[in-house]
Write a protein that binds this ligand. Structure first.
Ligand SMILES: [Zn+2]
Length: 223
C-alpha cells in the first residue's frame, strides 16, 4: 500500500491518499477546503493515474469531512463513516464557525456505515475497522495488516491524544481504545494520525505522556 499525506484546511488536518498496484485509491479523511487544496488532490490523483473508489473517514469532525462532498461529486465515490458520528455532519458548519472557518457543502448522509462492519477496502487492500471511541462516539481506526499500518484519526497523535472535551468526547473511552485496542497491534505498527507527523506504537508506548502515565498506574483511565 502506498500512502501520500496532504495537510489541509486551517486546522492543519492530515488527508491521506492510499493506493495499491491495482491503481484504485481511497481518500482517508478528505479535509480539502479551498480550490487550491482541491486542485492539489486532483492533480496528485491524475498524475499517479489513480482511480478513487472510496471516501473513508475515521470520524465526522468538520476538518476531516470538509472535502468529502467535493470527492463524491468529482469521482462519484461512496462516503464511508460510522453512523454513530452522523450527528456531527449536521453540526459541521456551526462547529467550524467556532474556529472561524467557513465550511462548504458537507455530506448529508453516510453511504456505507462502518458501525458493525469489520472490513472495508479498495483494490486488493483491506482495512480492519477498529472501533476507537473517545474523541467522538463513532471514531474508528483503520488497520492494514499486511503493511502493519494504522490510521488513527484524532484518537492517537505522535506523543499526544485527541481532545475529549468536545461533544460526545470521553477520556475514559479514548484511553480504553488506545490501551486495549491500539497498543496490542504491536510496537512495529506504523501510525498515521489525523494531525501531525507519523509515528509507531513502540514510540508512543515509550514517549506518549498520556499512555506512559496509564502504563505506570499513575492514572486510573477506567474511571
Ligand atoms: Zn476530530
Amino acid at each position: 500500500m502506498n500512502i501520500a499525506r496532504f495537510v489541509f484546511n486551517p486546522i492543519q488536518e492530515n488527508t491521506y491518499v492510499v493506493w495499491d498496484t491495482t491503481g484504485e485509491c481511497a481518500v482517508i479523511d478528505a479535509g480539502n477546503l479551498s480550490a487550491r487544496e482541491d486542485n492539489a488532490l486532483v492533480n496528485f490523483i491524475t498524475e499517479h493515474k489513480l482511480r478513487p473508489v472510496l471516501a473513508l473517514n475515521t470520524h465526522g469532525h468538520f476538518d476531516h469531512i470538509a472535502g468529502v462532498e467535493f470527492l463524491r461529486k468529482t469521482y462519484d465515490v461512496p462516503f464511508a463513516m460510522s453512523g454513530k458520528d452522523a450527528f456531527l455532519l449536521d453540526a459541521a458548519a456551526a462547529s467550524a464557525r467556532m474556529y472561524g472557518v467557513e465550511v462548504r457543502e458537507t455530506p448529508k448522509k453516510i453511504d456505507r456505515d462502518l458501525d458493525g462492519l469489520t472490513e472495508i477496502g479498495f483494490g486488493h487492500t483491506r482495512f480492519t475497522i477498529i472501533a476507537t471511541p473517545g474523541h467522538t462516539p463513532g471514531h474508528v481506526s483503520l488497520y492494514e495488516p499486511e503493511s502493519k499500518t494504522l490510521f488513527t484519526g484524532d484518537t492517537l497523535f505522535r506523543e499526544s491524544i485527541g481532545r475529549t472535551d468536545l461533544p460526545g468526547g470521553d477520556y475514559s473511552w479514548i484511553m480504553r481504545s488506545i490501551i486495549e485496542k491500539i497498543l496490542p497491534l504491536g510496537d512495529e505498527t506504523k501510525v498515521y494520525p489525523g494531525h501531525g507527523e507519523d509515528t509507531t506504537i513502540g514510540h508512543e508506548s515509550l514517549y506518549n505522556p498520556f499512555i506512559v502515565e496509564v502504563l505506570n498506574n499513575e492514572v486510573n483511565y477506567r474511571g
